[in-house]
Design a protein around this ligand. Structure first.
Ligand SMILES: [Co+2]
Length: 295
């Protein structure tokens, strides 16, 4: 049985996908867009499952703007907005890609088709390697390739990336999904001429607590207690704590906690050859009698 909290969380993500499509316009700032999405999630009775990600063009994942980010969307951009909702730790994960540039319409359509094909496959085949093959095949049909080192993932209570991955390429011998799993499938497509993989950039805007452990340093422990209370193991972004701590202090706290391996950071990922990337994502629950698309 799917938890009620997962169903409600999925309803909010669905409403928010519609909100994103209606509200995001060229000229809008990345930062106010994220703040609005997160506020709207809370207004609907949920909490952000992770900091809202804005991936413009070759920026593919794990970028959430911080205070002072003046960037705005422009008419040529390929814009990925990745967000999630949790209720008591039960989470759903989704993303949409938008553009105001007709040149990007083909990649958007191909990515939507790849996700649809993946979900159709999941209905009859729980082998993740098979889903990867279908996604790659669908991308190729329209002249694109997939990002080979980014995958979908099972989710657990308070855990965005639980044990198993859903590749975006054929992966022989890959894992099987099981009844009871909740899984987020997310094809990322890029032009055939691109490198087809992502690399870390030096920018880090997303973090999560790895271990609930005291350091003996009052300031670090107070910060950890606060984040644990609000987020447990769910990702957070410095922006949420900047007013209280100030950016410099917060930067130093995070640096120390990462060094002690109590907190981990998620570097912003960019397509290795600088090519644009599109992404769509839905979260599904695997039931004994079929699958439920939660988002
Ligand atoms: Co995801």
């Amino acid at each position: 049985m799917v938890e009620q909290q997962s169903i409600k969380s999925g309803q909010i993500t669905r409403e928010m996908r519609a909100w994103v499509r209606e509200n995001v316009q060229p000229g809008d700032g990345y930062l106010p867009t994220c703040e609005s999405i997160e506020r709207e999630i809370v207004a609907r009775g949920g909490s952000p499952a992770f900091p809202t990600g804005i991936g413009v063009n070759d920026v593919t994942a794990h970028y959430s703007p911080q205070g002072g980010d003046q960037s705005t969307f422009n008419e040529k951009d390929l814009i990925k907005i990745d967000f999630g909702v949790h209720i008591e730790g039960y989470l759903t994960d989704t993303s949409v890609t938008l553009t105001f540039n007709p040149d990007h319409e083909a990649i958007i359509e191909a990515t939507e088709r790849a996700l649809k094909a993946a979900i159709e496959t999941l209905k009859k085949d729980k082998r993740t390697g098979e889903i990867g093959r279908v996604v790659y095949h669908e991308a190729s049909k329209y002249g694109f390739r997939t990002i080979e080192n980014l995958t979908g993932h099972t989710v657990d209570r308070y855990v965005v990336h639980a044990g198993r991955s859903v590749p975006n390429v054929y992966t022989p011998g890959a894992q099987q999904l099981r009844t009871g799993d909740v899984v987020a499938i997310e094809p990322f497509l890029t032009p055939k001429s691109a490198a087809g993989y992502v690399v870390d950039s030096p920018v880090e805007t997303i973090f999560s607590v790895l271990l609930r452990k005291n350091t003996g340093d009052r300031e670090l422990d107070a910060f950890l207690a606060k984040v644990w209370d609000e987020r447990k193991t769910l990702p957070f972004t410095p922006r949420w704590y900047a007013d209280e701590y100030g950016e410099a202090k917060l930067g130093s706290i995070l640096k120390q906690l990462v060094k002690k391996r109590i907190v981990r950071s998620y570097p912003t990922l960019v397509e290795a050859s600088g090519n644009p990337v599109a992404q769509f994502e839905h979260t599904e629950a695997l039931e004994t009698d079929g699958i439920v698309v939660l988002t």
